[in-house]
Design a protein around this ligand. Structure first.
Ligand SMILES: NC(=O)C1=CN([C@@H]2O[C@H](COP(=O)(O)OP(=O)(O)OC[C@H]3O[C@@H](n4cnc5c(N)ncnc54)[C@H](O)[C@@H]3O)[C@@H](O)[C@H]2O)C=CC1
Ligand SMILES: CC(=O)C(=O)O
Ligand SMILES: [Mg+2]
Length: 467
């Protein structure tokens, strides 16, 4: 269950209630008071802001318990999550002030004209004389936002702003959220290409499958800057990182495990591909209609590709059937599909990565009694397997070496780098993946990405610390 934090502004009529009554009502209805601020003291009445931690589902009970109590006037309820979104989460700041006409004539006309001419004569100079070298576009059409689905470009913006914040805070990359009001594949490709001159990289986000595959493929072919669909590859990289470490905990080898992947969309396809590259020999991809089987015929190009792979099992079934005896479950589908019994029926020491956001495929309450290793995409449980461990360091590296693209070896190197941040002594069931606040993650991912880009010939610049 997820907790939320609400601030209740209440006015107390001292003739009728005491603060003790308020605290008791909050506690009885499931809330936990974390702070109290007196806004207006008074003899007959007073106003206070009470911050309360509450399980999401109990929020209404807490509010209701105060509303119905005589002597309490509930003036306002603010959700702290909404409060941090007021006015958006990022802004643009100039790198230097314009203090006088002299400054003005340098940063703007007439001075700027000679810089324009220099770039016109040598477009490579865009990297040294504009924001290009450190700027990434985070582009979505709002069609597969988290596990919420097709909520549209306006509703996608808070996630894209969040990604932009993470890019900046974790890796110093300036990322700009762009939410497109079109679902047309060709129009999306055309728009991103048209706006690409100012960007050093394109991070595609929350674009539904199968359109996301074509959009990424075409843009990668047609642009000279890295194009990376985060939900596909960022997720696959972090899954492989977590799996490499989880397998050490349960003492199993990747060649021997049977893996069920549920939700063969953007994330699922890339995870399956990367699992195969990493050596998995028994793979069961599952979508709404059940398992995708070897030898089957599918309209979906990527599902057909999977059905043609020798490592994919030929026996079909529903998720609840095929998960029996599996060593690993990876969910990138939607919440609450499995229960404790399903996890109990897996093989010995099961590994469960329930990564649907915001609600995992199986809750910790159901999974933990039976799973040896349990991870989710969320930040409020241990073992957060989320692509946020990947995209900041990966783009930091790609921008620093001006990589032409982000290739498979770079992704695998990033996965190994993330896994390596958890040392042998630290590794355990509750710690298979480093926290995003571990500052080694971005450093190690960047290093691995730059080294591999140089080795595979896609780097167009050698950063100083690699010379
Ligand atoms: N933790 C993390 O870092 C990440 C988590 N995710 C989560 O994974 C989920 C999928 O994301 P995307 O691949 O981007 O979306 P997508 O829309 O491309 O793919 C979702 C797939 O799940 C399938 N699906 C839906 N309900 C299903 C069910 N009951 N059983 C089996 N399959 C089902 C759909 O048919 C589709 O193929 C979302 O909940 C998202 O939040 C995605 C990317 C990163
Ligand atoms: C984490 C992420 O990118 C998603 O859930 O879509
Ligand atoms: Mg996403």
């Amino acid at each position: 269950m997820a907790n939320t934090s609400i601030i209740l502004r209440v006015e107390l009529d001292h003739a009728k209630v005491t603060f003790g009554d308020v605290a008791a009502a909050i506690s009885k209805s499931g809330g936990d008071i974390t702070s109290i601020d007196v806004i207006r003291p008074g003899k007959d009445s007073s106003v206070r802001d009470i911050t309360v931690e509450v399980v999401d589902t109990e929020e209404d009970n807490v509010v209701e318990s105060l509303r119905k109590q005589d002597g309490i006037n509930l003036i306002n309820v603010s959700d702290r999550t909404f409060l941090v979104h007021l006015g958006g989460k990022i802004k643009i700041q100039p790198t230097l002030p314009i203090k006088n006409r002299d400054d003005l004539s340098r940063v703007y006309t007439p001075g700027v004209a000679k810089v324009c001419t220099a770039i016109h004569e040598n477009p490579e100079k865009a990297y040294s004389l504009t924001i290009k070298r450190n700027t990434v576009a985070v582009v979505s059409d709002g069609t597969a936002v988290l596990g919420l689905g097709d909520v549209g470009p306006y509703a996608a913006a808070p996630v894209m702003e969040g990604k932009a914040m993470l890019f900046k805070q974790l890796a110093g990359v300036d990322a700009f959220p762009i939410c497109l009001d079109t679902r047309d594949t060709e129009e999306i490709i055309r728009t991103i290409k048209a706006m690409s001159p100012i960007f050093g990289g394109i991070n595609l986000e929350d674009i539904s499958s199968p359109r996301c595959f074509e959009i990424e493929r075409r843009l990668s072919e047609e642009l000279e800057i890295p194009v990376f669909h985060d939900d596909q590859h960022g997720t696959a990289v972090v899954v492989i990182a977590g799996l490499l470490n989880a397998l050490k905990v349960v003492n199993k080898r990747i060649e021997n495990i049977r893996v069920v992947v549920n939700g063969i969309g953007a994330a699922g396809v890339s995870i399956c591909k990367m699992l195969l590259s990493a050596g998995v020999t028994k793979l069961v991809p599952v979508d709404r209609e059940g398992a995708i089987v070897r030898g089957g015929t599918y309209e979906h190009e990527m599902w057909q590709w999977l059905a043609d792979q020798p490592q994919v099992e030929a026996t079909g079934g529903t998720l609840k059937e095929v998960i029996k005896g599996a060593d690993v479950f990876i969910g990138v589908s939607r919440g609450n599909l499995l229960n404790g019994e399903d996890i109990r029926g897996m093989g010995p020491d099961p590994i469960v990565f329930a990564m649907a956001n915001p609600v995992p495929e199986v809750s910790p309450e159901e999974a933990l009694p039976h799973a040896r290793v349990y991870a989710t995409g969320r930040s409020d449980f241990p073992n957060q397997i989320n692509n946020v461990l990947v995209f900041p360091g990966l783009f930091r590296g790609a921008l620093d070496c001006r990589a032409r693209c982000i290739n498979e070896p770079m992704k695998l190197a990033a996965a190994r780098a993330i896994a390596s941040v958890v040392t042998g002594g630290e590794l355990n069931e509750l710690y298979i993946i480093p926290s995003i606040f571990n500052d080694q993650v971005v450093i190690e991912v960047r290093k691995a990405v730059v080294q591999t880009a140089i080795l595979t010939g896609v780097a167009r610049r050698i950063p100083k610390d690699f010379r």
